[in-house]
Write a new protein. Structure first.
Length: 280
């Protein structure tokens, strides 16, 4: 990749070393060069306070942890007092929903893994409910906005979660022979509890999603051979935290005092080791 010191390039992971999640595949669609920065070069932006939605992300993590504790039969109430008021409100909404009393065996934070076309594909299900003839995937969403169904249907989570579950279904404690039609997926929005996104899977959907995934993985191999070319400068580049690497411009919307010259810093120019704090 032109313009990047050889010392940094030597730290790049190979594609076989990367676990491809729905987030990784979404980032690949958004910008192949950004995918390379984040998943292969493992670059971090050190000014964490530059992220506008850090507080929202923290509240989302707290809510997910509460539901996980609850699903595992642990006491939740003693922990509520130390949490954000918004999270406590979300918790009451959850308790009033049918998801507080699932019918079936509940597996929380279930990791899935499958090797496809030489790549490691991974997912972590917030919840899987196993009932006779039914496998219900539930993903908790804490975003303010609930995207339209048409947009969600194309989401990599919607494609990948059922597909990987079908691949490991023979390892689950099922009472009847598995069929893809048993799989259901629900995105439950705590800020829009009456508007879940729901999908019933099928053998045809599995075939379609697997073909789409394989085509994406083939494209990923091609992009690797091309050294992950960047996209022309545009709106998405202007707000990207790595804009300086691709276009020599600092990203817009971040106060000057929060910007750190971490890409072309004096240590790198002098051939010294990059500080560990800048790497995953």
């Amino acid at each position: 990749m032109s313009g990047i010191p050889s010392a940094l390039c030597s730290l790049r992971l190979g594609l076989e070393q990367v676990n491809l999640s729905a987030s990784a595949l979404s980032l690949l669609d958004y910008c192949p060069r950004l995918f390379c920065y984040v998943y292969l070069e493992r670059l971090l932006w050190p000014a964490a306070n530059a992220f506008e939605h850090e507080a929202e992300q923290r509240r989302g993590q707290q809510f997910h942890r509460l539901v996980e504790w609850y699903s595992r039969g642990r006491q939740v109430e003693p922990r509520l007092s130390g949490l954000d008021e918004t999270v406590r409100q979300w918790w009451q909404v959850f308790l009033a929903s049918p998801h507080a009393h699932p019918q079936g065996r509940v597996l929380a934070e279930l990791p899935l893994w499958q090797r496809i076309e030489g790549f490691n594909l991974t997912a972590r299900l917030d919840r899987l409910v196993i009932a006779p003839g039914s496998l219900q995937i539930v993903d908790w969403k804490t975003e303010r906005q609930r995207p339209p169904d048409e947009q969600l249907a194309q989401d990599w989570q919607v494609r990948l979660y059922p597909l990987l579950l079908c691949g490991v279904a023979d390892q689950l404690p099922l009472e009847v022979p598995f069929q893809p039609e048993q799989v259901q997926l629900t995105f439950w929005y705590v800020q829009h509890p009456q508007q879940p996104f729901q999908l019933r899977y099928s053998a045809a959907a599995y075939k379609r999603d697997l073909a789409h995934l394989k085509a994406t993985l083939a494209r990923l191999r091609q992009l690797e051979a091309q050294d992950f070319p960047g996209i022309p400068y545009g709106e998405r580049c202007a707000s990207c935290l790595f804009c300086s690497r691709c276009h020599g411009l600092m990203p817009q919307g971040i106060p000057a005092q929060d910007l750190t010259d971490w890409v072309w810093g004096a240590q790198e120019q002098a051939g010294e080791e990059t500080p560990e704090a800048e790497w995953l």
